[in-house]
Ligand binder design. Structure first.
Ligand SMILES: Nc1ncnc2c1ncn2[C@@H]1O[C@H](COP(=O)(O)OP(=O)(O)OP(=O)(O)O)[C@@H](O)[C@H]1O
Length: 355
C-alpha cells in the first residue's frame, strides 16, 4: 500500500495541515483529543473534502484540488470502523455482514465470507439481531462488514475506545488477524498508547492538526514514560500456568514468574508498569517480593526527570523506571548486572488464552 496525503482543511478556528506518504501495512495515527485524527479519517474516507491538496492511494488520486478530482466515498474502497459501530439495528448479524458484501462490485468480492466469520468467531451469532450483541461482538460485526466490502485500506478510528479493558484486549487479536489473513492494510487511529503499541509499529504523531513526529510506537511509549502516571507498560506473554499455593506460576522465557492475578488458563498476557520494578545491584538477602530476576542492563534512556532502564532477562526485555539519583547511586550502566524485584501483585492480567 502506498498512501500519499498532502491536504489542508479549516474547520472554524481549527486547521489541519498534513503532508505524508505511508508505505507500511499497519500504521498508527496517535494524538490527543482534538488533534485532528477524526478529521484526517473523514478526509481519507471521502466523508469530508479538503480545502486543497492531494490524496493518492496506490497511484490512484482519491482527491486532487489541482485536477478537480473528488472520488465519492463509495468508490474509494477505503473502509472505516468507528468507535461506535453503526450497524442496522433491525437486521441480523448475517444481514449486516452481507450488506458489506453488497457494497462491493462482484469482481472485487474476494473476501471469503466463511473464513471471515470463522476468524471473527461470529458463526454462532449469525442469526442473532445485532441489538442483542455485546459491545465487543458488535465491533467484530462492524469489522467483518467493513472487510467484506474488500477495501484497499481500512481506517480504524478509535475502534476500541467504547469497550472496557477486558473486551479491548479481546478484540485486538481479531483486528490484526483479519488484516493479515486478507492482506488489507490499516491505519489505526487512537489516543491510547497501549493500543497503539499493540496495533502499529510505525506511528505518525498528530498535534494541533499537524504531524509533529514520525516514529515507532515503542519510541513514543519510552519518550512519554516520564510524564505518564502509569509509567511505561511492559507487556508479557506468559505460558504454562500452574498454581503455586495462593499464587500462579508462569513460564516467561527461561524464568518463571509468580503472579497473584493468574488463572487456570495456560497462557495469558499481563501488563507490568515500569514503576513496579525495583532494582538491586547485589542479590538482596530477604525480600517480600515474590519475583527476583537476574538481568543485564541492555540500554538506558531518559524521559523527563525519569530514567528508563532496559533489562535483558534471557531473551526477554523489561523496562524499569528510576529517578536519576538512584541510577547514579547504584552505578548502573549498560552491561551492569542487576536484580529486578517484582511483587506478585504488580502484574495486571489483560487477556487469557494467549491469543
Ligand atoms: N465542523 C467543525 N467546525 C468547527 N470545528 C470543528 C468541526 N469539526 C471538528 N472541529 C474541531 O477540530 C478539532 C479536531 O477535531 P477532531 O475530531 O478531528 O479531533 P480528534 O483528534 O479526532 O479528537 P477526539 O480524539 O476527541 O475524537 C477539534 O478542536 C474540533 O473541535
Amino acid at each position: 500500500m502506498e498512501l500519499r496525503m498532502a491536504a489542508v482543511k479549516q474547520l472554524g478556528s481549527f486547521s489541519l495541515s498534513v503532508d505524508f506518504t505511508l508505505v507500511g501495512e499497519r500504521t498508527g495515527i496517535f494524538g490527543a483529543s482534538g488533534s485532528g485524527k477524526s478529521t484526517l479519517v473523514a478526509l481519507l474516507a471521502g466523508l469530508q473534502q479538503p480545502d486543497r491538496g492531494e490524496i493518492v492511494l496506490d497511484g490512484e488520486p482519491l482527491f486532487s484540488s489541482s485536477k478537480s478530482i473528488d472520488l465519492p466515498a463509495e468508490r474509494r474502497r477505503v473502509a472505516v470502523v468507528f468507535q461506535h459501530p453503526c450497524l442496522f439495528p433491525h437486521l441480523s448479524v448475517k444481514s449486516n455482514l452481507l450488506y458489506g458484501l453488497r457494497r462491493c462490485l462482484p469482481e472485487n468480492r474476494v473476501t471469503d465470507f466463511g473464513l471471515l466469520v470463522e476468524i471473527l468467531e461470529l458463526k454462532d451469532l449469525l442469526k442473532r439481531g445485532v441489538n442483542l450483541l455485546s459491545g465487543g461482538e458488535r465491533q467484530r460485526v462492524a469489522l467483518g462488514r467493513a472487510l467484506l466490502a474488500n477495501p484497499r485500506l481500512l481506517l480504524m478510528d478509535e475502534p476500541l475506545s467504547a469497550l472496557d479493558d477486558g473486551l479491548r484486549f479481546q478484540i485486538i487479536p481479531y483486528l490484526k488477524a483479519v488484516s493479515e489473513q486478507f492482506g488489507i492494510p490499516y491505519l489505526f487511529i487512537s489516543h491510547s498508547l497501549t493500543e497503539m503499541r499493540l496495533m502499529a509499529e510505525e506511528v505518525l504523531v498528530l498535534s494541533r492538526g499537524e504531524v509533529v513526529e514520525r516514529t515507532s510506537s515503542e519510541q513514543v511509549a519510552r519518550s512519554r514514560m516520564g510524564q505518564s502516571k502509569i509509567g511505561y507498560i511492559n507487556q508479557l506473554n506468559l505460558q504454562d500456568a500452574c498454581s503455586s499455593g495462593d499464587l500462579f506460576s508462569y513460564r516467561w522465557g527461561d524464568d518463571r514468574l509468580l503472579i497473584s492475578a493468574g488463572s487456570d488458563e495456560k497462557q495469558a498476557v499481563f501488563q507490568l508498569s515500569s514503576k513496579d520494578i525495583i532494582l538491586f545491584r547485589k542479590h538482596p538477602e530477604a525480600i517480600s517480593a515474590r519475583n527476583l530476576l537476574k538481568c543485564n542492563v541492555a540500554g538506558i534512556f531518559t524521559s523527563g526527570n525519569r530514567v528508563g532502564v532496559e533489562l535483558a532477562c534471557g531473551t526477554n526485555r523489561l523496562v524499569a523506571e528510576l529517578v536519576q539519583q538512584a541510577l547514579e547511586e547504584l552505578q548502573i550502566a549498560v552491561g551492569s548486572e542487576v536484580y529486578a524485584a517484582i511483587k506478585a501483585s504488580a502484574f495486571r492480567r489483560v487477556r487469557g488464552d494467549g491469543r
